[in-house]
Design a binder for this molecule. Structure first.
Ligand code: SAH
Length: 222
């Protein structure tokens, strides 16, 4: 039977099915993570003009010259955090709010910090509209973390730095995990996993990635 006007929806449905298949094919196997990636509509976190590309496995531009991360990298980092439902997570670099939305499906509470007020306001609005009400979006400098709300079970930094900010390691519980892309700006960075133990911090280098830079200070522009 011919259908009229359903083309766009059909395309989006196919896109969303392929989206999950791509994540599985690339090695994401944690069922809770796949479910969260399935539940959060990435299309609602990108600007209208990019809606048609929302379910492709690529980073896309957002306001303030920033990017929403590639879905595979969002899923990969989320899986590497080894989240438990009772965890409190700190994210640095709220951007579109998409990574925070995915985290919010898996843990008790998420605090996310963004240096651009425009992005923070937009992310907060989107998260509220979806009923993801266990996320707090703050405007500020992620290098400082959030000492008032520390300690956190997990910390995820979604912008690249050259070294790991000590303030963030200090805000992690014992046995906590911190993930951050480290490497030269404009060059190849690697996700580095830090696990805090009684006797020190264990570091493991994971996959190669490309993130926008972690920039010190709250943005003076909006
Ligand atoms: N997690 C985001 C992607 C973020 S891109 C998402 O899911 O859409 C990286 C973000 O980090 C940008 O929005 C950038 O403005 C922000 N950022 C860079 N340096 C920062 C800092 N020092 N403190 C807080 N946010 C920062």
């Amino acid at each position: 039977m011919p259908t009229f006007g359903g083309d766009r929806q059909d395309k989006e449905d196919v896109g969303r099915m392929e989206f999950l298949l791509t994540l599985r094919r690339r090695g994401i196997s944690d069922k809770a993570v796949l479910r969260a990636m399935d539940e959060v509509p990435r299309g609602d976190f990108v600007d209208g003009e990019f809606a048609g590309m929302a379910y492709a496995d690529q980073a896309l531009p957002i306001s303030c010259g920033q990017t929403i991360s590639q879905p595979y990298v969002v899923a990969y980092m989320t899986e590497q955090l080894a989240l438990k439902p009772n965890h409190r997570v700190l994210e640095i670099g709220a951007g579109s709010g998409y990574q925070a939305a995915v985290l919010s499906r898996l843990v008790r509470a998420v605090v996310t910090i963004e240096r651009y007020r425009t992005l923070a306001d937009q992310a907060r609005e989107r998260l509220t509209a979806h009923g993801y009400n266990n996320v707090e979006v703050l405007v500020g400098d992620g290098f400082a973390g959030s000492p008032e709300r520390a300690p956190f079970d997990r910390i995820i930094v979604t912008a690249a730095a050259e070294t790991t900010p000590q303030a963030l390691l200090d805000q992690l519980v014992e046995e906590g995990i911190l993930l951050i892309p480290l490497g030269p700006q404009g060059g190849t960075q690697h996700i580095v996993k830090h696990t805090k133990t009684k006797t020190g911090v264990i570091r493991e280098t994971l996959i190669a990635v490309r993130f926008v830079p972690l920039v010190p200070g709250q943005a003076q522009e909006l």
